[in-house]
Ligand binder design. Structure first.
Ligand SMILES: [Zn+2]
Length: 107
């Protein structure tokens, strides 16, 4: 019997990240995606296997919250970045917060 793990379900529920790319900042800079690597085996994860959201912030910044699925070892990896397009585009990793706060409320 195949049982879906929580990580699989959450990944499936997220929209593909490529749907929101390239992301345009207020100042016209664009973010075309990032190079994801598997935490477990180090293989690169192709963009079609990355799902997530981009949340705009004031001041030419946004938060990228994404999950990648590694086709090599079937691991799910999380990526949380704060992007800033002031000057050159820069990304800084965010601490991973408790997932329970990002789940959709029950219907
Ligand atoms: Zn892997």
């Amino acid at each position: 019997m195949t049982q879906l793990t929580r990580a699989q379900i959450e990944w499936t529920l997220l929209p593909p990240l490529k749907d929101v790319l390239p992301y345009r900042f207020e100042n016209g800079a664009s973010f075309k995606g990032f190079r994801a690597e598997c935490d477990a085996c180090g293989q690169s994860i192709e963009l079609p296997q990355v799902r997530g959201r981009i949340t705009p912030l004031a001041g030419n910044r946004c938060v990228v919250s994404a999950r990648g699925r590694c086709l090599c070892c079937n691991a799910y990896c999380e990526y949380h970045y704060l992007l800033s397009a002031d000057g050159t585009l820069s990304a800084s990793p965010l601490a991973v917060w408790d997932d329970d706060h990002s789940l959709s409320p029950p219907h």
